[in-house]
Structure formats: C-alpha cells, structure tokens
Design a protein around this ligand. Structure first.
Ligand SMILES: Cc1cc2nc3c(=O)[nH]c(=O)nc-3n(C[C@H](O)[C@H](O)[C@H](O)COP(=O)(O)O)c2cc1C
Length: 209
C-alpha cells in the first residue's frame, strides 16, 4: 500500500473514532411516537435536590428544556418553619408567586412536572405553576420524591388543576427525610435503582422505546 493510501486510512480511522467518542457523550434521546416532533418541558421543584436528580435523569432520556421552579420569596432554610408555613399556605390556598417565568408555554406539547410531597399534598409552588399556565391540550407527566409516606393527594391535584390535559401515570420514589437529617439520597445504588425504574416507567408510558 502506498504511503499516501496509508495516511488516508489512518486519518479516516482517527475521524471515525473521534465521532463515535463525541456521540457517546451526547444526551441520549430515544424518541417514540408520543415524543416525535414534540417539544418537551421538564419543570421541577426541589429543596434538597432529590427531585432535581430525577429531573436530570429524565432529561437525559427525553431531552427538552429543563427548568427549576424558583420563588419570589424562597422558603426558610429551617425545616420546621417551612413545614409550618406550607401547612398555613395549604390551609388558606395561598399561591406563592413564582420568580421562574416560562417563555411561550404554548410551544410545548409534553410537560413533565416534578415535585416532593409536602404535607401529603402537592407543594404550593407547583400549585402556583399549574394555575398560572394554561396547559390545555398538552400531555402532563408527573414525578415525585417523598420521605416514604407516599404521594398523598399530589397526583390527584395535578389531575384536578389540568382538567383539559392528558395526565399520564406518574413516577414516585423515596427521597430524603429532612426531618431526620437525611437530605440528598440519589447517589450510588439508589441512583442506579432509580435510573432503572425510570427507564421502565418511561417505556410503560410509551415516552421512550
Ligand atoms: C415542608 C416539607 C414537608 C414535607 N412533607 C412530607 C410529607 O407529607 N410526606 C412525605 O413523605 N415527605 C414529606 N417531606 C419530605 C420530602 O418529600 C422528601 O424529603 C423529598 O425527597 C424532598 O425532595 P427534594 O430533595 O427534591 O426537595 C416534606 C419535606 C418538606 C421540606
């Protein structure tokens, strides 16, 4: 083989290796009919980052825009003060104003909504979000973390606040237990387990192949 041919062969092999390397680092988006040509938004509320971790894992699977729900006036750092404030807000129906603004919500077809359970309910900021934005005609996909007491009424409330949307079966897993000083748990074996459970759930809801 001539030297020129060998050079071309080497260059071609190097380029091939480079391109497969960069592809491996890309976000894996496995589109199904439900997501084909659809615009995805993933909105989440997270205090101790467990729900955020779910949101990031879902984002790796389905792509789209990932948005953290932030408040005009954040909740206190102190756990019990926050629990008491949330109890009052839930009792009075107060909807905390959101600092986060979503540009042109109408452009999205599928909206994932992620939240922890607070006081066995949907947290007030997520109620604010669902009341503030018109999600009619969109597919809504709820996901949740909680301290082990479950989702409470949170998924039902999502359904009630989105009467003209198609609300899919939600995903929930045990997260932290701030009351007992257990904050972030989505690492190591737990993260691996959640990753596999999310994969199964997304397949069941036909959001990925
Ligand atoms: C104000 C407040 C109220 C909570 N209420 C509940 C509850 O009713 N049931 C439950 O299982 N966990 C409850 N938790 C625990 C959280 O749902 C759990 O730690 C969750 O994983 C936190 O998610 P994050 O890390 O995304 O903030 C509460 C936590 C806070 C801060």
């Amino acid at each position: 083989m001539s030297t020129l041919k060998t050079c071309w062969l080497l260059l071609f092999t190097a380029l091939l290796m480079l391109s497969s390397c960069s592809r491996a680092q890309e976000t894996v988006t496995q589109e199904t009919e439900l997501l084909k040509n659809k615009k995805v938004l993933i909105v989440y509320l997270s205090r101790t980052k467990n729900t955020k971790a779910l949101a990031v894992l879902i984002h790796q699977k389905v792509g789209g825009d990932l948005v953290s729900l932030e408040l005009v006036t954040p909740y206190p750092d102190h756990y019990q003060t926050t629990v008491d404030q949330v109890a009052t807000e839930n009792a009075t129906g107060f909807l905390p104003p959101l600092k986060t603004k979503i540009d042109s919500i109408e452009k999205y077809d599928v909206v994932f909504v992620g939240f922890p359970t607070w006081g066995m309910q949907l947290p007030p900021p997520m109620k604010s979000f669902l009341k503030q934005y018109d999600l009619s005609g969109k597919t809504i996909v709820p996901f949740n973390t909680n301290a082990g007491y479950g989702i409470g009424s949170s998924f039902e409330t999502v359904q009630q606040l989105c009467p003209n949307s198609k609300v899919l079966q939600g995903f929930s897993t045990k997260g932290g237990k701030e009351r007992d000083g257990i904050l972030f748990v989505m690492e190591g074996d737990k993260e691996k387990q959640v990753r596999a459970e999310l994969q199964d759930w997304l397949k069941k809801t036909a959001l990925i192949n």
